[in-house]
Design a protein around this ligand. Structure first.
Ligand code: GLV
Length: 309
């Protein structure tokens, strides 16, 4: 099997995949003049990579989100696409979500503001059972995050487009389910894929449904959030808006522009898309398994390009 890798750390990926697939011919993509291969293993490849390859039998996306790949103007149609499923990212994003939930539930945001004024004042704790958390998106990662927070003792509401049943999670679905979830959660965590159906799902109308003083954590995709609506909901530094604060890891355009008002907003915490770095060992196992299965004509779980995930 002939494989081409397109990634910032392509050499590292080549070595780790060769350990698992010693008989494969694995090449690192150069700017142009790449040989024809059977499979492309890539993260955000440019259109030119697809323009050159005329005989691809499968694509492995080196990430959980396939939005960038599906938006590639030269992506060939009808070829199976496999993506990473959790691969250890769920636990990392679960820890990120835990940090964010604790930040608001244990009032670290308030203590930061108090410290700026040398103010020594203890705030009464709202206990975990009284702090419902909503997780939008119950794919592999959203499910893991929901389960980790449920194990910590928070009542967890999960939402997906189609009905799901998960032990220990109150599952909602569809438009009505989203409404029900939004009206009762103190922290909302967005882990939906970026698709035409999810773009700006957190808009003015949906932000207004959250209880006053709710908080938002977005380790998913920046396009899920209508940014002007978020800024309006947060209000100013001193007068708390409807929304108490936001922890944001993903933005519609990355890196976040230096002049973005989000950087300087006192109620926003920003991290540089670090919530779920791909653990290379677990990911390489999935990639090697997918390549092996596809090359042997065995069934693999593929992406549905129409659904966008
Ligand atoms: C990262 O954002 C990914 O989709 O894996």
């Amino acid at each position: 099997m002939r494989v081409l890798i397109y990634h910032n750390d392509a050499e590292q990926w080549r070595n780790i995949l060769l350990e698992r697939l010693p008989d494969a011919e694995i090449q690192v993509a150069a700017g142009s003049g790449n040989p024809q291969v059977d499979y492309l293993v890539a993260w955000k490849p440019p259109a030119s990579v697809f323009d050159e390859q005329t005989a691809l039998k499968g694509i492995v996306n080196l990430g959980a989100g396939v939005d960038a790949l599906l938006q590639n103007p030269s992506l060939p149609r009808g070829i199976p696409i496999v993506k990473l499923r959790d691969a250890g990212m769920g636990e990392l994003i679960g820890d990120y979500a835990r940090y964010g939930v604790l930040h608001f539930q244990r009032d670290f945001d308030r203590y930061r503001r108090q410290q700026a004024n040398s103010e020594w004042r203890e705030v009464a704790v709202v206990d975990k059972p009284d702090w419902p958390v909503g997780v939008l998106g119950l794919g592999a990662i959203g499910t893991r995050v929901a389960q980790m927070l449920a194990a910590d003792g928070y009542p967890i509401h999960g939402w997906s487009r189609s009905p799901k049943q998960l032990e220990g999670i109150t599952c909602h679905h569809g438009d009505h389910g989203l409404d029900t979830l939004l009206r009762q959660v103190k922290t909302l965590i967005t882990l939906l894929p970026d698709t035409p159906a999810t773009r700006h799902i957190i808009d003015r109308g949906n932000l207004a449904k959250l209880p006053a003083g709710a908080s938002l954590i977005n380790p998913g995709r920046g396009t899920l959030i209508d940014e002007p609506a978020l800024l309006d909901a947060l209000g100013e530094a001193e007068s708390e808006g409807r929304l108490r604060g936001a922890l944001l890891d993903a933005f519609p355009s990355e890196p976040l522009a230096a002049d973005s008002p989000l950087w300087r907003h006192p109620r926003i915490l920003i991290t540089p898309h670090m919530a779920g770095p791909t653990p290379i060992g677990a990911a390489a196992d999935q990639v090697a398994d997918a390549l092996d299965a596809m090359s042997k004509g065995k069934a693999v779980e593929t992406v549905d390009p129409d659904a966008g995930y």
